[in-house]
Design a protein around this ligand. Structure first.
Ligand code: GTP
Length: 597
């Protein structure tokens, strides 16, 4: 154990984590130069394209320092807020962290929130000033920020560049010298924490773990503490570029287990693996059952594809246990699923994977949060509302509560005013304002999660010209004055367009949504009234004028290929359309609420 080091890399998105990790793998010979492919750790195509590490992985490197062989386990952590629980488990599996800060950007919101997580777990922090090769690097200024933030000495900070390789040797030496070896007792009952799992179509579900105490052996009977399920450890091993089977994995080390687990949701990140014969008395602390935060309906464009959509979602769930869904039906859209996601990014990823990996064309409805409704007849009885159209009649309701978050924004001093205005417009309340340096300010707000689901990110980017970073954490439910805003197309209510909004915004929103729908729904052969209503009361109206001309009319009937082309084009444009009553509605219209500004 003396020669093992377990560490992770924490950074704000795009500060160069994956590039630097690749460099470490290359320098330690874990991956040959020939096999070196940019961002070797991101093995899903989608991840590589988006340049974000979605799922955490682990990899073992061998490193020789002053004649001694060391085992370095690098545990990769996802950088996005949607996956912050996974980050916290990966961090809990380590003794140290490389804190990467982009020398041209400085400290950002996720640098700080991930750092706090690392400090909570008493990790040794190695600060790294990355992207030193950039002409815009500001080493002095950013180093000062780092010193202020973590209270280290200036010469603890390692200047580096994932691009040129600068600093990589110093980083590896620091991992050995500064990060403590794992503690743990090989003779104690087995206690291993699961920090991730993946689905492999040949091997089934593979769970990654860090052994805290004891030894896990091949063929042993194991028990997952929190789910209570028992398995046979069919295969265990360590993680190099591939799975590397072993007969045992001992305290302090990181490994994987394959044990005939059928469903991804049997493996819970944060759960403890112990032995069936000689179980540990308590689980490793920090286990949480992650709950979806954002919900939306997903419907097939073609109603006949419902079964295929179900199959695809089940397949997706196999390797993403945080995706939840159940069948629902909508008057407007027919049969589909109400899905729960960790956040907006997670939702986009699922939608994209459905389309790419399963070739499904789907309609997604406006995302919403999960509301708590309390009825007058029993004000303690909580009703969970994950779909605005299922909100009970307001007359019988005592109150509605919605989830709130603590939002952290880090920005330049000159944008503080406009960001405050935005946050207040989004029903936020300023809780704290700290100057990190003369020019960098950290703002803390309390605000409803629902406002983040709407167009918050984009607005924040706009008002700060990109100079703001953002992070948030849920802080529980609070009562809110929310009402249901309904939309009618051609005098028919479209349930998939209903939203819960704050009473003070309802009129304004109703008007804006009608205008937006008018812009998004193409003209058809007849006139279409668009109305917004609260209960029976119509609060806004727009009209889409009828289309008179036949699209092919201007082709003079002569040129047949041209005519066909035009029809083809029309058909393509139709792909993402849904017939709602007599009206053809494009996908974008279902998300109109998100695009009002
Ligand atoms: P997430 O996984 O999304 O959190 O991003 P990341 O932190 O892993 O960043 P990644 O390594 O993908 O790098 C982000 C971008 O910065 C990419 O375009 C890289 O090519 C670039 N980049 C990374 N390291 C360096 C560096 O040292 N110098 C320069 N000039 N660019 C770099």
């Amino acid at each position: 154990m003396k020669h093992i080091r377990n560490f992770c890399i924490i950074a704000h998105i795009d500060h160069g984590k994956s590039t630097l990790a690749d460099r470490l793998l290359q320098t330690t010979g874990t991956i040959s130069d020939r096999d070196m492919q940019a961002q070797a750790l991101d093995d899903m195509d989608l991840e590589r394209e988006r340049g974000i590490t979605i799922k955490s992985h682990a990899i073992q490197m061998n490193y020789k320092y002053e004649g001694q062989e060391y085992i370095l386990n690098l545990i990769d952590t996802p950088g996005h807020v949607d996956f912050s629980y996974e980050v916290s488990r990966s961090i809990a599996a380590c003794e140290g962290a490389l804190l990467i800060v982009d020398a041209s950007q400085g400290i950002e919101a996720q640098t700080i929130s991930n750092l706090y997580l690392a400090l909570e777990h008493d990790l040794e922090i190695i600060p790294i000033l990355n992207k030193m090769d950039l002409p815009g690097a500001m080493p002095e200024e950013v180093s000062d920020q780092i010193v202020d933030l973590i209270g280290c000495r200036l010469d603890d900070i390692i200047p580096a560049s994932g691009k040129t390789g600068l600093g990589v040797d110093r980083i590896l030496e620091a991992v050995v010298n500064r990060i403590p070896p794992p503690k743990g007792d090989e003779n104690a009952p087995l206690q291993a924490m699961i920090f991730d799992s993946v689905f492999n179509s040949f091997r089934g579900i593979i769970a990654y773990f860090r052994v805290k105490n004891g030894v896990i052996r091949k063929g042993q009977k194991v028990k997952f503490f929190n789910t209570g399920k028992e398995y046979n450890a069919d295969e265990i091993g360590i993680l190099k570029m591939d799975l590397f089977p072993k007969n045992e994995v001992r305290a302090g080390d990181v490994g994987y287990i394959i044990s005939g687990i059928k469903q991804a949701n049997e493996v819970k990140v944060g759960d403890t693996i112990t032995s069936k014969e000689n179980p540990c008395t308590e689980a490793i602390k920090g286990f949480e059952d992650v709950k979806p935060m954002v919900f939306a309906g997903i419907y097939p464009v073609d109603t006949e594809d419902y079964e295929e959509l179900r199959y695809s979602m089940e397949k997706l769930q196999l390797n993403d246990s945080s995706l939840v869904f159940e069948p629902e039906s909508s008057q407007a859209l027919g049969f589909g699923f109400r899905c729960g996601f960790l956040g907006m990014l997670h939702m986009e990823i699922i939608q994209e994977r459905l389309e790419r990996e399963f070739n499904m064309t789907v309609i997604t409805t406006v995302p919403n949060v999960s509301y708590h409704a309390f009825m007058k007849k029993d004000p303690d009885d909580l009703l969970i509302v994950n779909n605005p159209s299922e909100l009970p009649d307001p007359a019988g309701m005592d109150r509605i509560e919605e989830p709130y978050i603590n939002a952290q924004v880090i920005t330049k001093a000159e944008y503080v005013g406009s960001i405050m205005t935005l946050c207040i417009e989004k029903r936020g309340e300023l809780k704290n304002q700290v100057y990190l340096t003369q020019d960098r300010v950290e703002l803390t707000f309390e605000m409803p999660l629902a406002e983040i689901v709407f167009d918050f990110y984009d607005r924040l980017k706009t008002v700060s010209r990109g100079y703001a970073s953002f992070d948030y954490h849920p802080i529980g439910y609070k009562p809110s004055d929310l009402i249901k805003l309904d939309l009618l197309l051609n005098a028919e209510q479209v349930d998939a367009l209903s939203a819960l909004v704050h009473r003070s915004n309802a009129f304004d929103l109703g008007k804006k949504i009608c205008l937006k729908l008018k812009e998004l729904i193409p003209r058809q052969q007849f006139e279409i009234p668009i109305q917004a209503a609260i209960g029976a009361k119509v609060i806004a109206r727009e009209t889409i004028k009828a289309l008179r001309k036949d699209v092919t009319a201007k082709c003079y009937g002569g040129d047949i290929t041209r005519k066909r082309k035009l029809l083809e084009k029309q058909k393509e444009g139709k792909k993402r359309m849904r017939q709602v009553g007599r009206v053809e509605v494009p996908q974008e219209a279902f998300l109109a609420v998100l695009k009002l500004n």
